[in-house]
Ligand binder design. Structure first.
Ligand code: MG
Length: 254
């Protein structure tokens, strides 16, 4: 099943995608709901980020190919950092190039959407706490990341966390193709089988650090092929079985 959020005449609403139609949901996708037969055209509405995370937990250096590309040692445990909820934008919303940076990069990633509150769960139990999967772009001000020596500023500008377009609930996260396309040209392409720490391991590991809430997102790391974006560029994160998350880069308004 594919969940979306959309602007329903000024009010955020949730729906299930069926072909080109949206069947609106009454209730809460994280607990109880009913699917109505509204048949709203998918192309007639503005899509919103498919969830509203209280926090985004991201993983640095989680693809073998990327670690090799950077000649870095395979990490022994996941390197966690966070992006704030204020960075979230939806499909087709602009990524705003901050005046403070001279280099911003795309990082196409598989996003895990938590379905139920969880703390200290085992790897075996982790699947029960996942609602589904989405496309994520971990936009990064690379120059500021290097200059600061830690990640908060470089990962946290408003609009640096595009999410969407859907949450796909029926997906085996262990061998999906994650691709990033910049201005129509493929830049990243890798299967999640190349992840050093796979999805359920990450859910368990992070839940031993902090309580995960419904709607929280884990950004699972980016493969090799990262690179810069310029004002006017169009970036797409494409994940097999989920869809395409497309955003354009614009100059930050003064
Ligand atoms: Mg990343």
């Amino acid at each position: 099943m594919k969940f979306v959020r959309f602007n329903n005449e000024g009010t955020p609403a949730c729906a299930v995608v069926e072909g080109d139609n949206l069947q609106e949901i009454k209730g809460d996708i994280f607990s109880e709901y009913e699917i109505l037969h509204t048949n709203i055209s998918l192309h007639a509405v503005k899509l919103l980020p498919p969830c509203v995370p209280s926090k985004i937990i991201a993983i640095g250096l989680n693809y073998r190919s990327h670690a090799q590309e950077l000649s870095m040692k395979i990490p022994e445990e996941p390197l966690l950092f966070m992006k704030p909820s204020t960075a979230v934008i939806g499909p087709m919303e602009p990524i705003r190039y901050p005046a403070m940076s001279r280099r911003i990069d795309y990082e196409g990633e598989l996003g895990v959407v938590i379905g139920k509150s969880c703390r200290c769960v085992s790897i075996e139990d982790a699947p029960r706490y996942v609602l589904g999967y989405t496309c994520f772009n971990d936009v990064t001000a690379r120059d500021l990341q290097k200059r600061d020596g830690q990640f908060t500023r470089s990962k946290s500008f408003d609009s640096f966390a595009p999410i969407g377009p859907y949450i796909e609930t029926d997906l085996d996260p262990h061998n999906v193709l994650v691709e990033t396309v910049l201005n129509g040209e493929k830049r990243q392409s890798a299967f999640t089988s190349d992840l050093i720490f796979p999805v359920y391991y990450l859910v368990s590991f992070i839940s031993h650090v902090m309580t995960l809430w419904p709607g929280d997102v884990i950004a699972t790391g980016t493969p090799s092929g990262i690179g810069p974006m310029q004002v006017g560029d169009v970036v797409e994160v494409i994940i097999e079985g989920i869809g395409t998350l497309k955003n354009r880069v614009v100059k930050e308004a003064p």
